[in-house]
Write a protein that binds this ligand. Structure first.
Ligand code: NAP
Length: 536
């Protein structure tokens, strides 16, 4: 006779930022909650994306949680934009310090989750090991858990070392004396490029669509700075939670066309010097909403490329012309443009002449074959929906999530889907476009309160069809008010699903602002989750 699967109140899938926050708050609320993760340690995206140069592009105080105070007091950051290794160490510290580690099962890859209406529970099946059941299932699989290889024929024939930035080997890859090819110039490719250039004998960078890169250094955090941050942390967190993009930055007073051309240049210059997302968020308030303002920022960055890159033809090739600033999620560079001045670095335009195939010796582009010993793909992810649609999530009446979303993503606030009772999503599609720890923490706290209410009042949480319709219209309406919608379509942005061949084009994030989103979540709570009570 087969044994009954182990049962828990809650199963939390994933042990990255989201999984740790949700698990902590569910345990604190008295749930019997267990975390499961396919990896062998906590860290999620920061555990697997260990390529050279990986670091956050958010300032350190807001790339962490405000809970609990003990962790804030004990943890010390060393650089303004912490390395991936440091972020991973923070997550491991958090998991150990809060005792979460004892509640997580590793090496447990979820392949299927099915809801039984009759029993009122979810059964979760794994690639290996026994199944489990739970009353509440929470997906914390992250937005970038489904890496994509480029759709280029012949990949399997490559005789050299083939790597993806999202699955970087530990302890690393020997590059000295080797010729390296790099495909992909989003945030990952832009971070790894200068280090590939530094360490290889020759580097070919295969560029399709160029990006607007905001350059930045990463100054050390002093003891005084850290002490000041600790003293003022609650204010920092409050300001970040009140900002549309979840950052502790001041919203500028003026639009880009409300000042003279010279004043505009000076403001752009001062924030360019400050570096990173300060340029995007602290110059003018309309870079994300007014195409003219976004084009002013675009032209400023093109002028910087011309200043930094010595070869005019290379500078021009690096300058986006088909879309304006914010059309793609803005990447931070650390010596990115300057690295093109090195004599052994070659930029190859594969938009005019696309890559034909991977051959054993390297890449064939038109009549020429570029030799590579190592081929690095920084080719992105099936973002937002990919982690949820590549496994079988089966809700009421045998409804499969992947099928339900084939005609368009539908959620209530990105948190819950009609037809999938007692399933909650952390960072589900249609949640804010933001510095992520902020919505992750607020979402985890919302979930703990919602599930407590559901448990205490014996109700099932499931988005109503009406709420999904309302939220889809809000996502569309607010998205269309930004430049991301049209410019993102021109740029092939992942937040529109435009980077995945065959994927439906639709806005996968909420562009209306994190603070507005939180008000909607609060309203749902005040209404005792009425829009999450499809079952009366
Ligand atoms: P991405 O932004 O989707 O970039 C993928 C790149 O691969 C693009 O340059 C794309 O070119 C290129 N590509 C794909 N297929 C190709 C092909 N067949 N031939 C040539 N080029 C091809 O992916 P990502 O860089 O991994 O970044 C994804 C997201 O992860 C970021 O936007 C960010 O949210 C997050 N991230 C954050 C950090 C950080 O915070 N520090 C670091 C890394 C990633 P096209 O543009 O022409 O399609």
């Amino acid at each position: 006779m087969s044994e009954e699967p182990a049962h828990h109140d809650c199963i939390v899938i994933g042990a990255g930022f989201s999984g740790l926050a949700v698990l902590h708050h569910l345990l604190a609320a008295g749930f019997d909650a267990v975390g499961v993760d396919r990896n062998d340690a906590v860290g999620g995206t920061w555990l697997v994306n260990r390529y050279p140069g990986v670091r956050t592009d958010s300032d350190f105080p807001i790339y962490s949680f405000s809970f609990p105070v003990a962790v804030r007091e004990e943890w010390t950051w060393s650089e303004q934009y912490p390395t991936g290794a440091e972020v991973l160490a923070y997550l491991q510290f958090l998991a150990n310090r809060l005792g979460l580690i004892d509640h997580i099962q590793f090496g447990r890859e979820v392949v299927r989750a099915e809801y039984s209406e009759h029993a009122g529970l979810w059964r979760v099946d794994f690639a290996s090991g026994p199944s489990m059941t739970c009353t509440y299932l929470v997906s914390c699989m992250g937005i970038l858990d489904a890496p994509m290889w480029p759709d280029i024929p012949g990949r399997d024939t490559f005789a050299g070392e083939l790597l993806h930035t999202a699955d970087w080997p530990v302890p690393g890859v020997e590059l000295a004396g080797r010729t390296v090819g790099l495909i992909g110039l989003g945030s990952s490719g832009i971070q790894i490029m200068p280090l590939l250039a530094r360490d290889s004998a020759a580097l070919y960078v295969f560029q399709r669509e160029p990006n607007y890169v905001v350059e930045s250094s990463f100054p050390a955090v002093s003891a005084e700075q850290m002490a000041h941050i600790r003293r003022t942390y609650d204010d920092i967190w409050r300001r970040a939670a009140a900002h549309p993009f979840g950052v502790d930055m001041v919203i500028p007073e003026f639009g880009a066309d409300e000042v003279s051309a010279e004043r505009r240049r000076l403001i752009f210059e001062s924030k360019w010097q400050e570096g990173g997302h300060h340029f995007a968020n602290e110059t003018f308030h309309d870079l994300a909403t007014d195409p003219r303002a976004s084009e002013h920022a675009a032209e400023f960055i093109r002028s910087k490329i011309r200043q930094i890159v010595h070869d005019p033809a290379t500078a021009e090739l690096l300058s986006p012309r088909r879309y304006s600033f914010n059309g793609k999620r803005v990447p931070t560079g650390h010596g990115y443009y300057a690295a093109y001045n090195l004599p052994h670095v070659h930029l190859v335009d594969v938009r005019t002449t696309p890559i034909d195939e991977v051959v054993p010796a390297g890449l064939r582009v038109g009549a020429r074959t570029y030799p590579c010993d190592v081929l690095v793909c920084a080719t992105g992810f099936d973002a937002m929906t990919g982690p949820l649609t590549r496994i079988d999530i089966v809700g009421r009446d045998g409804r499969v999530l992947r099928e339900a979303w084939r005609t368009g993503v539908r959620t209530n606030l990105g948190l819950s889907v009609h037809g999938f009772p007692n399933l909650l999503l952390s960072l589900g599609p249609q949640t804010p476009y933001s510095n992520l720890p902020v919505p992750i923490q607020l979402g985890a706290q919302w979930m703990a309160r919602a599930l407590t209410f559901a448990r205490d009042h014996q109700i099932v949480l499931e988005a109503t069809a009406q709420s999904e319709q309302w939220w889809a219209e809000e996502v569309e309406r607010t998205g269309r008010a930004t430049v991301m919608y049209e410019e993102g379509a021109k740029a092939g942005a992942w937040f529109l699903g435009a980077n995945v061949p065959g994927k439906r084009r639709e806005l996968l994030v909420y562009m209306g602002g994190g603070q507005v989103y939180q008000q909607h979540c609060m309203q749902a709570e005040l209404e005792q989750y009425r829009s999450f009570r499809a079952q009366g």
